[in-house]
Design a protein around this ligand. Sequence first.
Ligand code: WT7
Length: 574
Amino acid sequence: MSNPNEEIMKAIAAHSNLGSYDAARENFSWQEIERQFTWSDTGRINMAFEAIDRHADSGLKDKVALYYSDDNRDESYTFGEMKRNSNRFGNVLRKAGIAKGDRIFIFMPRTPELYFALLGSLKIGAIVGPLFEAFMETAVRDRLEDSSAVAIITTPALLSRVPVGELPSLKHVILVGHDIEPAEGRYDFYKEMEEASEELQIEWMDREDGMLLHYTSGSTGKPKGVYHVHNAMIHHYYTGKIVLDLNENDVYWCTADPGWVTGTSYGIFAPWLNGATNVVRGGRFSPQSWYKTIERYRITVWYSAPTAFRMLMGAGDEAVKEIDLSSLRHVLSVGEPLNPEVVRWGMKVYGQRIHDTWWMTETGGQLICNYPSMDIKPGSMGKPIPGVDAAIVDDNGKVLPPFRMGNLAIRTPWPAMMRKVWNNPAKYEEYFRLTGWYVSGDSAYMDDEGYFWFQGRVDDVINTAGERVGPFEVESKLVEHPAVAEAGVIGKPDPVRGEVIKAFISLREGYAPSEELKADISKFVKEGLSAHAAPREIEFKDKLPKTRSGKIMRRVLKAWELNLPSGDMSTIED
Ligand code: WT7
């Protein structure tokens, strides 16, 4: 069978010692990957050292590690400068008494300071919780409270969303801004950085020591703190090579914010572990500014999400014609189903196949992918990467044959796998309830050539514009609104965002349905929780369908929405 990507495949084989898919699978060993790190002898490691200092101490010292631009700033930093800035920040934290194992949150827009702070925190062994800047007070409080965070790095503009007085563990607030009034436990980032030394004694970690807490939503309960360890670097380094196809000559752009796992695993670690130049574009999305970013930096590898590609598609082919995108050689997608139509459009206007990749916050790294040496089937997430075993299993863990739909499951373990759910061992165990498997919560089938096809979630988790939203969190916020008696939240299919959030609401006595009230309720969630979690659509109902035990049946709401039969109603209240 001819492989249209022969050239790229050869290139990969040359720098990663992997040949064809089958050969690579057969010859694969994680130990082989591990041996490429110097720490494989000592067992003591630090992600920030491997990603930055290793290059800063070698031939890549003066190579640009980070290009940053937004509407007001335009900067670049070499690996040497990244090392010095993250060292300084590590010293700032040490001086404040923050130490290995402490949880510290970074809640600020994507700017170079965020990257110095994150790397500096890892260098002293702290466990970092990156928070998306759109989070509002409830979302921030839930996360800091759950993890007993001792410090937060934020900006003066975002500080009002951090309920400092209600968080007894939170001792230090580091403010990235100007004219900061120093006070007890309050620090001026720029002043502290200036005073700190550029030399830092790195905290050497064990492979299984904590590195990151990424909070994510399930269908029930508050967001869970998914805990990742330094060992994940093996996975990030390897997938950076074979899936992103990165090498030291690449200029790479991952469009995700570090508040989401894509923005750390593949926006920080994978590119820098592989010595690539990383581009970060601050500010809001617009087709023009995105295309200009690719043109200006001559980006070679680009990792984004279906919603973004659909928006770019919506902006029209004309927008592309005025721009030179000839530097692009590899384009990838993650986060939600990538429509075959988008893949075909990408081939037409970018001359590039958009490579879908599948993974989750919990998996820490890519697992099922279309990588350059494979033939793409538009609409499929690809195949398990060498070193990973995936299968479709039934609810008892029995492996199903091709074309049968079931639970998408991964054989445990793999290097970037989460190691716990913070404070919640029971939740963690749920993922591993079928012996030997990690159960993803996605349903899918595998075809007779081993390609996996996404079908949906088996739970009520909503995926809007690639961002994961737990209906429970939104419902909890909704019922805090004075007019809302009960609320049930579902994902409603949407051509651009995949799904949008729709809330069914019954009102309290004395409130009448109106468009103003809908707008007010939506604003309430937007300002209390976060913009991406706010319902775009609200429907008032006299009563919501509930089980006899009082749980709102989202399944029935969904059936109403889609005009489907409501299924088994035997547990409904009346
Ligand atoms: C959920 C995980 C880590 C990537 C960012 C999202 C959905 C992810 C795909 C894909 C269809 C996908 C799944 C998964 N998802 N990638 N290629 N095709 N669906 O991470 O927020 O943890 O969400 O996103 O439903 O379970 P996340």
